[in-house]
Structure formats: structure tokens, C-alpha cells
Design a protein around this ligand. Sequence first.
Ligand code: 0O2
Length: 189
Amino acid sequence: YYKCAIMEVETKFKVLNENFSLGDDCNPIESIKSRLKSPKSIMEKLIRRGYPLTVDSIEQNLFDIAGIRVICSFTSDIYRLADALLSQDDVTLLQKKDYIQNPKPNGYRSLHLIISTPIFLQSEKRMMKVEVQLRTIAMDAWASLEHKIRYKKSNDRLSEKDCEQLSLCAALCSQLDAKMEEINTHCGR
Ligand code: 0O2
């Protein structure tokens, strides 16, 4: 079911990408990455949050089993795409976390949406929850590398200095995004 939900939402973004590219507009999407949360990761999250280890509990309590990451060209594209997705009549917004307006203390930036959308099966319509993460190329580069660095250090916490440096890198990525947006606007897009 979750695989089907990923397919549905990916298609929505691909359609929007084509639609936005009509006229003088450029494609707002650089790439789309999708993932199904692994069984190990699902179990760990249920245990961490104290939820029952059942299929019902997974459906009710975990909203990120199906995950789609949309990498956009510019920050403004993130909000244009999110607005367009959320205006569709078969998409319901369940939760929104704007880590671009309110970055995490470590510097993490992205727009997170949890949506509910139907999948149509042989003899039933099923509402599915999907987590959508929208971010720019620079935000994605930072998040991928930060994840890699943190993962390597899993048994040994990052030093305060390393955290500060990572946060500084996130701020530099944000400045890069702002500058690119400015140049793009200036170039008449
Ligand atoms: P994966 O493999 O990407 O799914 P929780 O899910 O418990 O961590 P919450 O509040 O449910 O927390 O979700 P939140 O904070 O909205 O975002 C969780 C997901 O966002 C993470 O998923 C990451 O993909 C991404 N993310 C959030 N914070 C950071 C961060 O500081 N650095 C990086 N690199 N990614 C982040 P998972 O489940 O950790 O992993």
C-alpha cells in the first residue's frame, strides 16, 4: 500500500513539474527520491516512542513509512510546489513543519509535510499517509553530509566544535540559496 502511495505522490510532483515548465518557467524540481522505511527502522521508532508493536499501531502512529524527498532548484519553488500539491482536492494536509523558516538548532532546513491521499485498489479506496520533504540542492547536500558524518560517529557524539561547524555550513548553504534566488529573480524568471 505504501509503495502505491509513493507512486501516486511522485506522479503528482512529476505532473506539477511539467505543468510549471510551460511558458517561461523552468522546471522547479531537480530530482525526486523515495524510500520505504525499513522494518528495522519502523521497530526502532515504535519502541523509542513506546507504541505497540503491531500493524495497526504502525498505521496509526507512524506517518513516515512512505517518504518522498523533492529536491528543488530555488527556495521559492519549494513553497510553490507545496501550495500546488496541497490545493489538490484529494490531498489533505495532516502536519506541516517548516524547518526553513524555523531551522533545527543544528542548522537542518527543509519543509516537511505529512499528507493523506487515496490509492485506488481493485475493490477499495484506501487513504494513505505520506511524508514529503521539500528542500533545495544546497539544503540536501548539507543534510546528506551531516547524516553521513553523524552516522559515522554514532557511538561517539559529535564534539561541540563539530556541531558549531556544521551549523555554520548550514548557514552558508542558506546564504547560497538566497543569493541564487536573487540572481534568478534578477535574470527575469
Ligand atoms: P530517514 O531514513 O530519513 O527516514 P523522528 O522521525 O522521530 O526523527 P519527527 O519529529 O517525526 O522525528 O520528524 P522530523 O523531525 O519532522 O523529521 C524526521 C526526518 O527528517 C528524518 O528522518 C530525516 O530524514 C530528516 N531530518 C530531520 N532532522 C534532520 C537532521 O538534523 N539532519 C538530517 N540529515 N536529516 C534530518 P529519519 O527517520 O531520521 O530518517
